[in-house]
Design a protein around this ligand. Sequence first.
Ligand SMILES: [Zn+2]
Length: 86
Amino acid sequence: MNKTDDKSDSVDIGCLQAIDALYAYLDGELDDPASVTSFEHHMQHCRSCYSRAEIEGLLTARLRETARSQAPEALQARLRKLMDDF
Ligand SMILES: [Zn+2]
C-alpha cells in the first residue's frame, strides 16, 4: 500500500480537530506552534473549515466588542445555532 499523494511532514488533523483548534486560536489559547501549524495547514486545503474560520473570526471580533458593554447570551446562542447549521 503506497500512497503517492503529497504526504508532507505535517499530518492533517481533520475537521473536528481543526474546529477545536479554531476556537482555541480565536481565544488566543493556541500557543503550541505545532498546533498552529497543523491548524493553518488544514485551513489551507479545507474550504469548509476555512469559511467557518472566517465567519467565526468575524463573529468573535464582534461578540468581543458587544460583550464589553453587555453579554447577549441569547444572541450568542443564536449565532452558535447558525454555525451548527452552516
Ligand atoms: Zn476541515
